[in-house]
Design a protein around this ligand. Structure first.
Ligand code: SER
Length: 849
């Protein structure tokens, strides 16, 4: 049976039993900062169990994406562990409890999916006598196949606090041939893997507080979870999840890439399993918007990608996880649109991350393997690998463990701490190994150069990617907050696109994608910087100088730079200031910056001794270390700064600068975003279009939009309040008073309601719903009246006549057409009397003459 069929059968089974099928939630838990990832199907339902929100339906069924980080190192080593998997679950929120959850599960497994009854066992909690009674009463599972355990196996909680309860697990018996043969062998056996837990039925009963105290939930509930991969393996008598149609195609992808075969050699198998699992894990995290980074979720993703690269290298695959995106999509995209619609982005992000790590990996692995072989892997080496080569410590630890040696982790941590305090005391100074000859940067005055390649290295595991060192270069390497240049290198018979430029010591490394003939050291290379991108970067860099000066003009000299990031499409500028700026201050800063743009100030650059530069009024950064001679960039004689970056020749090139609002990024540090040149033009176009659309949607002039939105918000608030009142009223019986009489075979329903004139017909409609064809609804609210006559009766008894008869006694007036009539101005005290008289009217009107 395919996994697709299993999904369908599971959902159908519960749909037929009145469960609402709901979509999987994201792997990033929504509004739950206590969790890194969604690790169970119940995560999205926590508020329902706790009674904090009302579910759309008291019963639900889902197939939930799950990511568990507990045992990343175990994945691949064992046959069962997975980071990403899918969980089939049925849920009851205050509806059924154990008495239904147990027989449902047993029925689905045996009758619904056809699993042999003789293979099923159950585990229950020692203190849960109910479950034993229910298992034996509602199913034919023999009592001797029900085992009892303590909290360790049969108590489940979503975390240290929150909903929790006893559970009952259903186990599958692969058969004695897989067992340890002991007398007491059974579910949760510590000696063998004969039994596999398939389904966990949690009986949600308590809310646990941080001290561990359990208080009963407002209502008990059910939360079950069954791994789709495990179930598929059982249904197909495949011993491991890796042989199912959910994971086997991914192993196949790596087999194809490497020409190796699964299940021929243990070490290869481990790597194939790691790659199969991590490709799903990484791709699904990326699909939900996680990006590789150095902390939190992003770091888990980064670990997956790097660990996968180690294993790809081990089986001599030339590509990393980025190559497996189509294979993952083939298996999962049908069920997860967030994957299908992001394939390109996911592949690109993986590729970029892999390129970034490739060198560190190659160098690190070689060194590490040598050290392990020589038995000289000590803490200092592990630290060096991490600090100088960027090789993650946990990878070193894992690889060392595999080879049967360990790492002195406390000693590594001590070295890390020492390094941190050292770098605090010498901020800014360069402390890496300096081995290469310095590259001469000529890019201040020219965007092209005739250079010579001094060194060329292929980037490990990434065919076509080279690290090129030149004697001279016009490429600006990332520094001082300004991003690197991109562009092209050309040489006889070949060409490369430069994608990243960084300092390595005093040498400049160009990372470039080659086409055509390869590049050897000593070759003459023509280097060309992408001029449009460089110009856009220069505009944003100059904009930060203008902003810095303007801020100090407006706020005082204490507003000093704390950092900046200059890109082609925007820049951010951080400065020290103890409070948010007022709107008026921001206006003044923005006016000042743009005034200086319109003055078209000329840029001057001079090299000065540091002391002279400071005396000339140039702004130096407090945290920065400068050499003897410094470069000073000024615009007119207004903005003067020590700076190594590239700039426009005249401020007029900025066109217009958009100075964004300030926000806090750290205690006492504010950040402003800047746009200049074509990106400010693009922003303005977007604003203009958006405002025009908003104006049309809200039928308001642009200047009146804030007032219009405010009044809509007030209206929403008022309506919400009214809904709240109505809900209360409905809960208290609806505020409807009903009297019914029958006259000449006609049912007259009088309702007095607490509602306004426009709502009365709604009540009348409601009263007629499901009533027979000879019914009339008369609804009175305040001084208003609505009458509705059931359609078949309307010819004989027009609503207009009834309205008039009513008002004749109750006062006021009204009219009608066909089955519908309305009126107003009646005297509420005379309704009873008017209703009596209406009855006489009907009697007279219909009596056979
Ligand atoms: N929440 C339980 C589990 O994850 C059952 O779904 O095992």
């Amino acid at each position: 049976m395919t996994s697709a069929e299993i999904r369908q059968r599971f959902l159908n089974f519960f749909k037929e039993r009145d469960h609402k099928v709901l979509p999987s939630s994201s792997l990033i838990p929504f509004g739950d900062p206590t969790l890194l990832f969604t690790g169970a199907g119940m995560v999205q339902f926590k508020p329902y169990f706790l009674g904090q929100a009302i579910p759309p339906h008291p019963r639900a069924a889902t197939i939930q994406k799950v990511f568990r980080t507990g045992d990343i190192e175990e994945v691949g080593q064992t046959l069962r562990h997975l980071t990403f998997f899918e969980m089939l679950g049925n849920f009851s929120f205050g509806d059924y409890f154990k008495e239904k959850a147990i027989p449902y599960a047993y029925e689905l497994l045996t009758e619904g999916l056809g699993i042999e009854k003789a293979r099923l066992w159950a585990g229950i909690h020692n203190d849960d006598a109910d479950s034993f009674a229910i298992w034996t009463r509602t199913t034919d599972l023999p009592p001797d196949r029900i085992r009892r355990f303590g909290d360790e196996y049969n108590f489940w909680a979503a975390g240290p606090t929150g909903p929790c309860g006893y559970d009952s697990e259903i186990h599958y018996d692969w058969g004695p041939e897989y067992g340890c043969g002991r007398d007491d062998c059974g579910p949760n056996c510590e000696h063998c893997e004969r039994f596999l837990e398939v389904w966990n039925l949690v009986f949600m009963e308590w809310d646990r507080d941080p001290s561990g105290k359990r208080t009963p939930l407002p209502k008990t509930g059910i939360d079950t979870g069954m791994g789709l991969e495990r179930l598929t393996s059982i249904m197909n008598r495949k011993r491991t999840v890796f042989e199912t149609d959910l994971l086997r195609p991914l192993i196949g992808h790596w087999e194809e890439l490497t020409g190796r075969h699964y299940q021929t050699d243990d070490r290869t198998d481990v790597s194939l399993r790691v790659l199969a699992d991590h490709s799903r894990g990484a791709v699904m995290l990326l699909a939900d918007g996680v990006n590789p980074s150095n902390e939190g979720r992003g770091y888990v993703l980064r670990r997956l990608i790097r660990r996968a690269m180690v294993h790809a290298r081990r089986i001599e695959a030339t590509q990393g996880l980025s190559s497996s995106v189509p294979a993952v999509a083939e298996v999962l995209a049908t069920y997860y649109p967030e994957l299908g619609s992001n394939i390109q982005r996911i592949s690109d992000t993986l590729k970029a991350e892999e390129d970034r790590f490739a060198i560190a990996l190659r160098q690190g692995m070689e060194r590490l393997e040598g050290l392990i072989e020589r038995g000289s892997l000590n803490a200092a080496e592990v630290f060096y690998l991490h600090d100088t080569l960027g090789f993650p410590i946990e990878l070193s630890a894992e690889l060392a463990k595999e080879r049967g040696t360990g790492i002195d982790m406390p000693a590594v941590s001590a070295l890390m701490e020492e390094q941190r305090s050292k770098s605090r005391s010498s901020a800014g100074s360069f402390s890496g190994p300096v081995s290469r000859t310095a590259t001469r940067f000529v890019g201040y005055d020219q965007l092209e150069s005739d250079s010579r390649a001094t060194e060329v290295f292929p980037v490990a595991d990434t065919p076509g990617l080279l690290d090129v060192f030149l004697d001279v270069t016009p490429f600006y390497a990332e520094k001082g907050g300004q991003i690197f240049d991109t562009g092209w290198l050309t040489w006889e018979g070949g060409r490369a696109e430069v994608a990243d430029v960084q300092y390595q010591g005093e040498a400049i490394r160009h990372r470039a994608r080659v086409s055509g003939r390869g590049l050897d050291p000593g070759t003459a290379v023509h280097a060309t910087v992408d001029p449009a991108r460089r110009a856009a970067i220069a505009r944003h860099h100059s904009a930060t100088h203008l902003l810095h000066r303007a801020l100090r003009d407006v706020l005082g000299e204490a507003a000093t730079q704390a950092g900046s990031a200059v890109n082609p499409d925007h820049a951010t500028f951080d400065f020290r200031f103890g409070r948010a700026l007022t709107g008026e201050e921001l206006d003044r800063v923005s006016r000042r910056v743009n005034e200086k743009i319109r003055s078209n100030l000329e840029r001057q650059v001079s090299q000065l001794p540091l002391k002279a530069a400071i005396e000339s009024g140039a702004v130096a950064l407090f945290d920065e270390k400068y050499g003897e001679t410094v470069r000073v960039v000024s615009f007119g004689d207004w903005a003067r700064e020590l700076c190594g970056g590239t700039h426009v020749e005249r401020t007029g090139e900025l066109g217009l600068a958009l100075v964004g609002p300030d926000r806090s990024v750290a205690a006492g540090v504010r950040r402003i975003e800047l746009h200049a040149g074509e990106s400010s033009e693009a922003m303005l176009r977007t604003y203009d279009r958006t405002l025009t659309q908003l104006g049309e949607l809200l039928r308001s002039g642009v200047a009146d939009l804030p007032a219009r939105v405010e009044s809509l918000q007030a209206e929403v608030k008022r309506l919400q309040k009214e809904i709240g009142l109505l809900r209360q009223r409905i809960a208290a019986g609806g505020g409807v008073e009903t009297t019914e009489v029958e006259v000449e075979g006609i049912r007259l329903i009088l309702q007095r309601v607490d509602a306004g004139p426009q709502e009365l017909l709604g009540f009348a409609d409601h009263a007629l719903q499901g009533a027979n064809g000879s019914t009339v609804a008369i609804v009175v609210g305040g001084r208003s009246l609505a009458i509705k006559v059931a359609a078949p009766l309307a010819d004989r008894l027009p609503a207009g006549a009834l309205v008039q008869a009513f008002h004749a006694v109750a006062g006021g007036k009204g009219g009608g057409r066909g089955p519908v009539g309305q009126g107003g101005g009646l005297d509420p005290r005379r309704v009873e009397e008017a209703f009596q008289s209406l009855q006489s009217f009907v009697r007279e009107h219909l009596r056979p003459s």
